[in-house]
Design a protein around this ligand. Structure first.
Ligand code: R5P
Length: 340
């Protein structure tokens, strides 16, 4: 996937339009916080850059970032998932790393959020509620980020919250080849577990070369932490294997409910592909007890041992895709095929 890095490192790709903007591939620094350093290290290996891990914790709960390398006139790439269990702390770490990079005179600051906490608070759908996803995005850019990179953000319209560029790339680029290699897709129906996710599911189906689509209609009470309930199914799954795709798994309720609905409508084998796996509350036990054979999930979030060792769960690394995206952003190449 990655072009020959050897050739890029130290090379000076000049453009006809801006001959003065000579970028060398090593003119950037990877910086990561405490949420998913393993992922940043994997990305670093592929880019032949050891990520800086500058966060220092104080006993009073404050954090500080002390960046090790000179950033003057360089590109700082901050990688951090703002994920549970310390969503708010990880947001603060991210802001502090951006602030440190800006004050260290970095030329450009890209913030890569493999998992973007608060992404689901994306609209004012009740009176007197915040749009927290917009608040977080604006905090990032107001602090100094020149570009945001996310993976399968809950609502792509979020890109409009800020004026700076926001690249949202699709985990399906990493996940689809694994699924194609793993399961027989000739009798597959790809299922959206709710109406809102239909577009993403259709893209998955297209990438898998599958033409059968189905949608579960679910309802969720508008109270915090309420579970969803699958109400009915649009589409035909009888006698078919089913792959449910979703951006996020929190309690697993949506997925397990959808799976049981599919079984009741005659589906045979049930698989799921989820980008961000939080696996909170009883998610693991509920999945174990369910008809789901396998959940494919990425490593946007650092997984606990129980998740890693669960026989029903297969973790697919998005590090190669992220490394490629960072390399292309840095050298000014297009990202089109990573988000189409
Ligand atoms: C909802 O719109 C999301 O895409 C997920 O379907 C949902 O957040 C998953 O949550 P849970 O696993 O708790 O049902």
């Amino acid at each position: 996937m990655l072009p020959d890095l050897e050739q890029n490192i130290g090379a000076s790709p000049q453009t006809d339009h801006h001959p003065e903007t000579v970028l060398r591939f090593n003119d950037f620094e990877l910086i990561t916080g405490q949420s998913n350093p393993q992922l940043a290290r994997e990305v670093g290996k592929l880019l032949e850059h050891v990520p800086d891990e500058p966060i220092i914790l104080f006993t009073d709960g404050e954090v500080k970032a002390k960046i090790s390398h000179n950033l003057r006139r360089r590109h700082a790439v901050v990688i951090q998932s703002t994920s549970p269990p310390h969503v708010n702390d990880y947001i603060m770490e991210t802001l502090i790393m951006i602030d440190a990079a800006r004050r260290a005179s970095a030329d450009e600051i890209t913030v890569v959020l493999p998992y973007f906490g608060y992404a689901r608070q994306d609209k004012k759908d009740q009176p007197r509620v915040p749009i927290s996803a917009s608040l977080v995005a604006n905090l990032l850019t107001m602090t100094g980020a020149n570009r945001i990179v996310t993976i399968d953000i809950h609502a792509e319209q979020a890109q409009g919250y800020v004026l700076d560029p926001w690249d949202n790339i699709y985990a399906s680029h990493a996940v689809v080849p694994v699924i194609k290699n793993d399961i027989d897709t000739s009798n597959l129906v790809v299922v959206s577990p709710d109406v809102g996710a239909t577009k993403r599911t259709a893209k998955y189906a297209e990438a898998l070369g599958v033409t059968n689509l189905a949608v579960v209609y679910k309802e969720r009470e508008i109270t915090p932490n309420s579970k969803s309930k699958a109400l009915f199914l649009i589409g035909d799954v009888e006698g078919k294997d089913a792959l449910i795709t979703d951006d996020l798994l929190k309690t697993g309720g949506t997925l397990v409910d959808a799976a049981e609905m599919l079984v009741s409508k005659g589906a045979k084998r049930i698989y799921a592909a989820v980008t961000h796996g939080l696996f909170l509350e009883d998610a693991l036990t509920d999945i174990e007890k369910s008809s789901i054979e396998k959940v494919y999930v990425t490593d946007t979030i650092a997984h606990r041992h129980e998740v890693k060792n669960n026989p029903k769960i297969q973790i697919i690394s998005i590090a190669p895709m992220l490394a490629e995206a960072i390399q292309r952003i840095h050298t000014g190449e297009g990202l089109t095929d990573l988000f189409t």
